[in-house]
Design a protein around this ligand. Structure first.
Ligand code: ADP
Ligand code: MG
Length: 367
């Protein structure tokens, strides 16, 4: 049973305010991913939890016990670094045994743990090798194995597969998920890769410039981003954002962008007023899958011109020119005739987001 709590954590490096009043509770057996761009403070936060970095103020609690003044070696959390950090002169077996020998476990117990963890990682055949004779993926398996043998209270992983090639990253992602399901260790995982975050996390913590932006399940963060930063950081290709104004007529509500009016349900105008939307300070956000495309004129669709098409095999990403604006849409492969063609488009109101351009915050409107 391990719960980790961060309360009002603050940290500066010289004049740079790296962590700003972070509050977070990681529940027992939970897999939490800290996601954000390079330099946003992910590593520093993780190192602070491990005790590898002091904090200026705040409290770090492991199972309810404040540990900010407890030495790293006494916190009983394992840390997996991006750059493996294996001992080059020791075999895989000895690398994995090292943390157990350090706490004077019996020879039999060391052997039992190393063999069992090696088997679960699929590296039993590599125990006599030295790190220099391993592939990148195997090195990282050993590094993870070394952190697991001690059965730590929690495991902290800092971009553990970031330096592997794309194909290997994909299979390691699945392995990490399986390992977590088997071991159920409370885990905090750092990455700048939103796909990794979406696929691994029970909850994602989106960070930007030392501040927590949003904490939620992958589905919540994807479907209900709280601000424009989260909206555009999570999801690929990124969410369309466009300045819009609203017009009301007898026939309904129009969301106008690029000199074109997209039809929305009448309920939108009341919801915008309720949310305090300011004229001239409104952005529409819609993911490419929320831009619906038709090859024929249809009620509620507006005429647009096809720009660049990115064929991705399973689907296409198509630029649609809407006056002087561009909306990217996701379509079936080879659905639109080609660049320059005329097609018709609609914005799915259920997938539309509205943001206040002054604060960047979502107005929380759901249609
Ligand atoms: N030891 C250090 N001394 C000074 N500045 C640091 C140190 N470590 C990190 N920083 C700065 O703190 C900020 C956050 O860094 P870091 O936590 O490594 O971000 P991330 O892991 O999200 O890329 C960056 O601006 C970085 O340059
Ligand atoms: Mg980092």
């Amino acid at each position: 049973m391990t719960e980790i709590q961060l309360r009002n954590i603050d940290k500066h490096f010289g004049p740079v305010h790296v962590i700003r009043d972070i509050n977070l509770t990681v529940k027992d057996q939970e897999f939490v991913v800290l996601l954000g761009p390079s330099g946003c403070g992910k590593t520093t936060t993780l190192r602070a939890i491990a005790g590898l970095e002091d904090i200026d103020s705040g409290e770090i609690l492991i199972d309810g016990k404040a540990v900010q003044d407890v030495h790293a070696s006494e916190r009983d959390v394992a840390f997996v670094f991006q750059n493996y950090a294996l001992y080059p002169h020791l075999t895989v077996y000895e690398n994995m045994a090292f943390p157990l020998r350090a706490v004077r476990q019996s020879r039999a117990e060391v052997d039992r743990m190393v063999q069992s963890v090696a088997a679960s990682l699929g590296i039993s055949g590599l125990l006599n090798r030295r790190p220099s004779a391993l592939s990148g993926g195997d090195m990282q398996r050993v590094a993870i194995g070394r952190s697991l043998v001690r059965r730590p209270k929690a495991i902290l992983l800092d971009e553990p597969i970031g330096s592997l090639d794309a194909k290997l990253r994909e299979s390691m992602r699945v392995e990490l998920k399986r390992l977590h399901i088997e071991n159920g260790s409370t885990s905090i995982y750092v990455t700048h890769d939103q796909v990794e975050a979406m696929s691994l996390a029970d909850r994602i913590v989106v960070m930007h410039e030392g501040l927590l932006q949003q904490v939620g399940s992958p589905d919540e963060v994807y479907r209900y981003p709280v601000n424009m930063f989260v909206a555009q950081f999570v999801g690929s290709p990124i969410m369309n954002l466009a300045d819009v104004d609203i017009s009301e007529s007898a026939s309904g509500v129009g969301v106008n962008l690029g000199g074109t009016s997209f039809a929305f349900p009448p309920a939108l105008s009341g919801k915008l007023k309720e949310a305090g939307a300011q004229p001239g300070k409104l952005k529409l956000g819609v993911r490419p899958e929320g831009v619906l495309v038709s090859r024929d004129a249809q009620d509620g669709y507006v005429e647009v011109t096809v720009g660049i098409i990115e064929p991705l095999g399973s689907h296409d990403i198509v630029d649609l020119k809407v006056g002087d604006a561009v909306l990217r849409a996701r379509t079936k492969s080879a659905f639109v005739p080609g660049p320059g063609a005329t097609v018709w488009a609609r914005i799915d109101p259920a997938q539309a987001h509205f943001f206040d351009t002054t604060t960047g915050s979502s107005l929380g409107i759901r249609l």
